[in-house]
Design a protein around this ligand. Sequence first.
Ligand SMILES: CC(=O)N[C@H]1[C@@H](OP(=O)(O)OP(=O)(O)OC[C@H]2O[C@@H](n3ccc(=O)[nH]c3=O)[C@H](O)[C@@H]2O)O[C@H](CO)[C@@H](O)[C@@H]1O
Ligand SMILES: C=C(OP(=O)(O)O)C(=O)O
Length: 430
Amino acid sequence: MDRIKIIGGQKLNGTIPISGAKNAALPLMIASLLTPDRLTLKNVPNLADVNLLARILRNHGVDLAVDGKRTGPAQHIGETFHLSARDIVDTVAPYEMVSRMRASFWVLGPLLARCGQAKVSLPGGCAIGTRPVDLHLTGLKELGAEIEIENGYVIAKAKGGSLRGGRVTFPKVSVGATHNVLLAAALARGETVIENAAREPEIGDVAECLVKMGVKIDGIGTSTLTIQGANQLEGAVHSVLADRIETGTFAMAVAATGGDVTLEGARPELLKTALDSLAEAGVEITPTNSGIRVVRNGHGIDPVSVETQPFPGFPTDLQAQFMALMTRAKGTSVIRETIFENRFMHVQELARLGADIQLHGDIATIKGVKGLTGAPVMATDLRASVSLVIAALMAEGETMINRVYHLDRGFEQLEQKLSRCGAQIERITG
Ligand SMILES: CC(=O)N[C@H]1[C@@H](OP(=O)(O)OP(=O)(O)OC[C@H]2O[C@@H](n3ccc(=O)[nH]c3=O)[C@H](O)[C@@H]2O)O[C@H](CO)[C@@H](O)[C@@H]1O
Ligand SMILES: C=C(OP(=O)(O)O)C(=O)O
């Protein structure tokens, strides 16, 4: 099993190219199930989750060709995927695959819309809470799905053979349920209205792609989406939007170590709340023509308290990274996690490096310490893992991070991007 070794204490200086967003690339790939024509996606990040989803989609009959396959150590990021689902050959998404990744559950809506039936295993994903799928299922029922759960599988059939438009009012904001219903509504007969839809930019990106495929959607970027389903969708060409979580992660890494880094291709408007929190901590954030410049030189880290919220609030996917930064602040900060009930697995690992963090329910109180010291730690989930990378970059001496397969799910060329900016980071394989 691979590990990552980091010798902390180096400032980061240089340029980091930002990859396409995992959380947009996955539902965009799934959108290919909606059309027999070719969907071309550019700027797809090379990640374990993307590769696993490619296997799941191939199993359903999607033909996937990749342009620009790398030869040797890649300097460039992003690939072009051509996905063609001429015929859906299997409407079952098996446990072995779906249990390893949350987003794979989102094939349910499109399969149901295209084929009138689907059998999809209950999903897995990061172990950050119970993560039910009730909102996905009630949403699809509003579009005419009949649903049973048997032996860990959701078995769904469209009443009368095809879905029809409906009104879905989510009692709670859910990214995944919004994706699932939006994708299904694209091929449902008539109009669907989704109220209290998640507004995360990745949903807007999928909606923009669906529009290119022939769906009429009003309210993109707002919490009310009105979708006119089409009988048949066309192919399209779409570029995956920049990863705001990767952007925020590197910005926090630079804030942590000090230095001067340009995040090339970053879109500051996609993570305004997080960048504002960094500015409050004393980090200089400057939008440039091609991205964002992040600078911290001389100025220490001021303590800043945050609370996670759905977009446009502070993202839960940046909570662990921000906590790592706050471990070295000049005072005490408070972080409240309101989205997932068990997303504090990084706390005990950060403590191994010398962090002083008290947990009470959904609130973590972080007292900034004078210094962290390297130690062996274990990655527990994707964003928790990268918070350990940030802490290790600040720590004195060597940190060995075990179970880095979590990182490979969501960070393209992490070690290369950091080491080119001066970090002492190395993957130890096997
Ligand atoms: C692949 C992907 O894009 N994953 C993201 C997605 O996860 P995911 O789509 O799983 O997250 P949701 O937005 O659905 O979850 C938000 C909250 O709603 C609850 N809930 C959700 C669905 C449901 O049917 N019932 C229910 O109660 C969840 O337990 C959680 O407490 O959004 C999260 C919140 O921004 C991010 O942290 C994940 O990175
Ligand atoms: C929690 C995440 O992923 P998933 O929803 O796939 O578990 C994430 O991307 O931070």
